[in-house]
Design a protein around this ligand. Structure first.
Ligand SMILES: [Zn+2]
Length: 245
């Protein structure tokens, strides 16, 4: 699917639910090949964008000691101060941070000494170890069985088939797992709980294939990432409207 068509489709997908300005707080990776305003066809004033290595939102327990504050501060600025109603977490293929995270399975590679030498290893070990653990479950169970994710609310737990068609690399599968794992981290912040529970705030997961320009939306109905294209956009749009209205 062409990049141009992807842009039209993603605009159509979110058009029904995004009626405010700014429309979303968008968390994605700092990778230079990711240009969020381009592949979401958004303009000046549309989105608050937060970027880091691996599109990670640290769990709130890291915030308790006032150690990690950038991402939670961004959530508060976007969702509380500016009353933005949608959070989008977007991962991508060939993510260098996820490639490194996959290597951190090795206990020597992720040793305390090595973490102290590498802020990137320390960042990933501290904040993405749950993604790695979840990925380990996928390796044990296989891609034909769904993984359970705790989601942004206890009642919204969901199942996800990761790469049931076996078309992605192990690192890309880990990237998809990591993207979904961030939904629970969003909900760990007390200042967002009431908004999430009263359906004033919604969390979406996207995944971007940087080589083809294809964009995938995580469909809770289909329990998998579904490519947004001319054949899927209407049903995805209905799902988004139904689920998030
Ligand atoms: Zn990346």
């Amino acid at each position: 699917m062409s990049m141009c068509l992807s842009l039209i489709m993603i605009h159509k997908l979110f058009n029904k639910v995004f009626d405010k300005h700014p429309k979303a707080v968008f968390f994605t990776c700092m990778d230079s090949r990711m240009i969020p305003s381009r592949f979401t066809q958004t303009n000046v004033g549309d989105m608050f964008i937060v970027r880091n290595a691996g599109n990670i939102i640290p769990h709130s327990h890291h915030f308790m000691g006032e150690v990690t504050m950038n991402e939670p501060a961004a959530l508060e600025l976007g969702c509380v101060v500016n009353d933005i109603r949608h959070i989008i977490i977007c991962g991508h293929s060939d993510c260098k941070a996820m490639n490194l995270l996959y290597k951190l399975k090795d206990s020597t590679f992720s040793s305390k000494t090595n973490r102290q030498l590498s802020p990137l290893r320390a960042w990933l070990c501290n904040h993405a170890h749950t993604s790695l653990e979840k990925y380990h479950q996928l390796e044990l169970c296989g891609t034909n069985r769904p993984l359970m994710f705790s989601s942004e609310l206890p009642l919204k737990k969901f199942a996800a088939y990761i790469d049931p068609e076996k078309k992605w690399s192990v690192e890309d599968r880990l990237s998809q797992v990591n993207t979904l794992e961030q939904l629970a981290n969003v909900a760990s912040y007390n200042f967002l709980k009431r908004r999430l529970e009263s359906h004033q705030l919604h969390v979406h997961a996207l995944w971007f294939d940087i080589y083809t320009g294809d964009i995938y939306y995580f469909s809770r109905q289909n329990k998998r990432f579904v490519e947004i294209n001319e054949f899927t956009v209407d049903s995805l749009s209905d799902e988004v409207s139904r689920y998030y209205s």
